[in-house]
Write a protein that binds this ligand. Structure first.
Ligand SMILES: [Fe+2]
Ligand SMILES: [Fe+2]
Length: 273
């Protein structure tokens, strides 16, 4: 990558940068919230929930947790790529500054999941739909689409998943990690909302329409990703299908409301569910 792409263009003299104050606030917040992988209670708490029942059941439970960890590791590895791309292409110096913290956050999350996967007995199957979603975001044509898909949509929806995992894994390193990720992704989402608002304020109808088209292309894959269960969780997946579909519908409706709050015309959004 050429270095001139990494250098933020200097703001024009007298130009009002006040609209980016929210993005700068997220930058300050992210620096204060930064933590280290070594701060997690390694060795003090079990990595994942421990079971005292039969060894077969214990092994099955363990496979299920390894699968949960693998999906989150996969998501954060892809998030490093996406945050790096946002850092590289965002034209505003305030946003560039902010994205330096997001790249570091996603890298730290990846390191934590890698260590947790090793402590829990290794990795499991990767979700093919998550890979596809990441590529749609990485290959999206405009910055507006990328910020929308990554920060407005995914990083808001992942928070309820972290809360759910934390609730089911009390007293473990996994719970502690999910609590920290809830805070970090809360900041990523807030920053994305603030920046998307700035981007859309100067965007024309064509850009806004493309964003809705991108959302319509993404939603069916998102549904498949949300309902996908690897072999280790197939049985639980079948039992949870109705609950999963209900939660998914709520998640998508949340995404549509967020799009609407950004001034987008959501009447063309197809829910795909
Ligand atoms: Fe992350
Ligand atoms: Fe994130």
């Amino acid at each position: 990558m050429a270095t001139d792409q990494l250098e933020a263009p200097p703001p024009d003299a007298g130009e009002d940068r006040g609209s980016l104050a929210g993005v700068l606030r997220s930058y300050e917040l992210a620096k204060r919230a930064e933590w280290q992988v070594r701060d997690l209670p390694w060795g003090e708490l079990p990595p994942i929930p421990q079971y005292t029942g039969s060894p077969q059941r214990g092994a099955r439970r363990n496979d299920m947790w390894r699968s949960v960890i693998t999906q989150q590791l996969q998501a954060d590895q892809l998030a490093v790529e996406m945050a790096t791309q946002l850092f590289a292409i965002a034209p505003d110096p305030e946003a560039k500054l902010y994205y330096t913290t997001m790249v570091q956050d996603e890298a730290r999350h990846t390191e934590a999941w890698l260590k947790l996967a090793a402590e829990a007995g290794g990795m499991a199957e990767r979700d093919p739909y998550l890979e596809e979603l990441a590529h749609m975001t990485l290959e999206a044509d405009t910055l507006e689409e990328k910020v929308f898909l990554m920060q407005v949509f995914y990083e808001r929806l992942i928070i309820s998943r972290f809360r759910l995992i934390a609730r089911s894994s009390r007293g473990t390193v996994l719970e502690e990690l999910c609590n920290r990720l809830t805070v970090d992704d809360g900041i990523h989402h807030t920053a994305g909302m603030a920046y998307e608002r700035v981007l859309l304020a100067s965007a024309g109808d064509a850009t806004k329409n493309r964003l809705i088209d991108a959302a319509n292309r993404m939603l069916p894959i998102f549904v498949q990703h949300a309902l996908w269960r690897p072999r280790a969780r197939e049985v639980v997946g079948r039992m949870m299908r109705q609950t999963d579909e209900r939660n998914l519908r709520e998640d998508i409706e949340t995404g549509v409301r967020l799009a609407e709050s950004l001034g987008l015309d959501v009447s063309r959004v197809e829910l795909a569910l």
